[in-house]
Design a protein. Structure first.
Length: 106
């Protein structure tokens, strides 16, 4: 399994070490803590906004997913606040760049 090939399909995977239980980000085949082989799992896609900004009428944010992974993405709709809960509704790779579309949760 390859992170980028799965991201191209719209699947956001997380690499974790079964030995030391550490999440590795950026994703890797090997743990950067103990050098063990990582396993892959699908992310819940849930997280919180830790920063945001607005350009024209579009909000962007840095979100922390599953308490450890920071991603940057576009917010689908609504007005964000620091600490707002989000989920990933779309992800992929365009022109060699990762993209994430996020939705604010009530």
């Amino acid at each position: 399994m390859n992170f980028e090939s799965e991201l191209k399909k719209g699947n956001f995977l997380i690499s974790e070490c079964p030995q030391c239980k550490k999440t590795t980000w950026p994703p890797s085949e090997f743990c950067n803590q103990c050098l063990g082989n990582n396993t892959w799992r699908k992310s819940s896609g849930m997280g919180i906004i830790i920063e945001f900004s607005k350009k024209e009428n579009i909000y962007f944010c840095v979100a922390e997913i599953e308490d450890s992974i920071k991603i940057m993405g576009e917010i689908d709709s609504g007005v964000p606040e620091i600490g707002s809960q989000i989920c990933i509704i779309n992800c992929g790779i365009t022109n060699g760049n990762y993209f994430f579309k996020l939705k604010l949760l009530d």
